[in-house]
Design a protein around this ligand. Structure first.
Ligand SMILES: CC(C)(COP(=O)(O)OP(=O)(O)OC[C@H]1O[C@@H](n2cnc3c(N)ncnc32)[C@H](O)[C@@H]1OP(=O)(O)O)[C@@H](O)C(=O)NCCC(=O)NCCS
Length: 189
């Protein structure tokens, strides 16, 4: 892994089942406190689970996942967006993770841009997410991208422990992410 090389961000493909499994398990292994999901449960999931997830995440208009790939094609980041049943104009941003050696150089901003582009393309108007207590770096990242902390939307999914709810109105936010990315310092190596 060359952590100074350019990073590609692209949507998960049907053929990415094993990559998806590997990067998701690594995220849950290294940063369990950041996520509601369980490492053990995910480790135990059969191959068919990851195949279905890659297929859905790569092609449905309900759910999308994006990978960050280094110059060798190694997955170094993951993020997902899931439209809310019965509130299809709202999507939840989930599973944001960047490989530690690639942090601090703005990769996550590119991942968020990919999520917001997809949300816009399918007609989502509002994007929401939860951050675990003490994960101030993640909260600052989302705020730089235009998300604001607010009381949770009525009916929003609640997770144990997670206490910070942020959302972004895509209608109001046009341009926020692009301008925050432009204003970012140069990537660190
Ligand atoms: C939160 C996370 C996705 C941010 O990704 P990123 O690509 O590093 O984002 P950025 O480049 O914008 O940097 C985020 C912060 O890390 C700091 N940073 C710099 N170098 C760093 C390094 N080597 N390692 C970690 N953080 C570093 C940045 O300066 C920035 O700090 P700031 O908020 O005070 O400005 C990533 O840290 C991560 O995967 N964390 C663990 C999982 C997690 O918390 N996910 C979010 C769930 S809601």
């Amino acid at each position: 892994m060359d952590s100074s090389a350019p990073i590609e961000v692209r949507r998960v493909r049907v053929s990415d089942a094993s990559v998806l499994r590997q990067v998701r398990l690594r995220a849950l292994e290294l940063d369990p406190a950041a996520f509601a999901a369980s490492l053990d449960e995910n480790r135990a999931r059969p191959e068919s689970h990851w195949k279905n997830r890659a297929s859905e995440s790569g092609s449905s208009d309900t759910k999308a996942e994006f990978l960050a790939l280094d110059s060798d094609g190694t997955a170094v980041g993951l993020v997902g967006a899931l439209r809310i049943a019965n509130h299809r104009d709202v999507a939840e941003l989930v599973a944001m993770w960047i490989e530690p050696a690639f942090r601090g150089r703005g990769v996550a901003v590119g991942m968020i841009e990919a999520v917001l582009d997809w949300c816009t393309s399918v007609g989502v108007l509002e994007v929401e997410l939860w951050v675990a207590p003490g994960n101030d770096g993640a909260t600052r990242l989302y705020e730089r991208c235009g998300f604001t902390q607010q009381p949770p939307r009525k009916g929003a999914e609640q997770y144990d422990r997670f206490d910070t709810y942020l959302s972004l109105d895509l209608g109001e936010a046009a341009g926020n992410v692009a301008s925050s990315a432009t204003n970012s310092p140069p990537p660190e190596t």
